[in-house]
Design a protein around this ligand. Structure first.
Ligand SMILES: [Zn+2]
Ligand SMILES: [Zn+2]
Length: 302
């Protein structure tokens, strides 16, 4: 089983990547991909209360004209070997729903928009102080109900990015409750959190299905975990989301799945795809989807 489309990719047009776009395209060719889509970061609610001072100089916005110019140059150069889509990863945030929708409407050159929740209470889970004063369980539950509310309000994106993104960081809190569960059940963090938040997750999935919006399977954590100690329980090494959510999505009638490595460096492009392909096939998904002019195109798992 092989996945051939990487529809979550960053380059130096994103605040948190230094990878030249051309290097990302070359990495995708090397990985044998047939279609990619750049999804540069735009977070209208950035900076957050806990964004460190030294990071304030790189805003999460994109110079759209330069981005398009470079993308067209690369399409011209590599277009006979690989499809290159133009997309964005747009932060979903309370109070910014209309601004986000206006942005999407004003940029019809975009093939694909990922909607991602990168903040809660105007704080970024990436930084450890996000968890201060809360248990990981409380923060995860709050993040997922916040995502539910935002998905309900936002219909302008094509695929929901890394649904349980917060797990990448919550696991670092070394929650004793999870560690004892892990020791006795030997199961994943994704499964553990799914069992506590199934209601909110089901609501999110149902809205996506009803509206024809896709669910993303994001493999970034798998790629990053390859460099980590395999026995370290504080490292998240699963897809976002994982098996339980995908099985529920399938059971609810969900078909639209997009796949992305969320790579910010060339080494990450297409990483974790063999694992994700196996997972998707075992959950009953025969195809994934790429997008062109915001319309889904089926790509069978091969
Ligand atoms: Zn993201
Ligand atoms: Zn991303």
């Amino acid at each position: 089983m092989v996945l051939s489309c990487d529809f979550h990719l960053h380059s130096a047009f994103s605040a948190d990547s230094e990878a030249p776009m051309e290097k990302q395209v070359q990495a995708a060719l090397k990985a044998g991909l047939s279609a990619i889509c750049f999804t540069e970061h735009i977070d209208l609610d950035w900076p957050y209360e806990n964004t460190p001072k030294e990071e304030l100089s790189s805003p999460f916005t994109v110079d759209m004209a330069s981005y398009e110019k470079e993308l067209l140059r690369l399409r011209d150069r590599y277009g006979d070997r690989i499809r290159i889509g133009m997309g964005i990863e747009l932060g979903l945030a309370k109070g910014y729903e209309e601004a986000a929708e206006d942005f999407v409407r004003a940029h019809d050159e975009l093939d694909f928009v990922i909607g991602s929740v990168h903040s809660l209470d105007h704080k970024d889970p990436y930084f450890a102080d996000f968890f201060s004063g809360f248990s990981p369980r409380e923060r995860i539950a709050a993040y997922l109900s916040h995502t539910w509310e935002l998905v309900e309000r936002c219909s302008f994106f094509q695929s929901l990015g890394h649904l349980d993104y917060i797990l990448r960081y919550a696991i670092k809190q070394e929650d004793p409750e999870f560690l004892s569960y892990l020791a006795s059940h030997g199961t994943s963090y994704g499964s553990f959190c799914f069992s506590q938040n199934q209601h909110a997750i089901e609501k999110i999935l149902s809205i996506l299905i009803k509206r024809g919006q896709a669910l993303e399977v994001n493999t970034q954590a798998i790629a990053k975990a390859t460099a980590a100690d395999p026995a370290d329980p504080a490292v998240f090494r699963e897809t976002n989301p994982g098996r339980d959510t995908l099985l529920l999505y399938h059971a609810l009638g969900g078909k639209l799945v997009t796949t992305g490595s969320d790579a910010h460096v060339p080494e990450g492009v297409g990483k974790g795809f063999p694992e994700a392909a196996k997972l998707l096939a075992s959950c009953g998904f025969p195809t994934t989807f790429r997008y062109e002019h915001r319309e889904p195109v089926a790509v069978p798992l091969r």
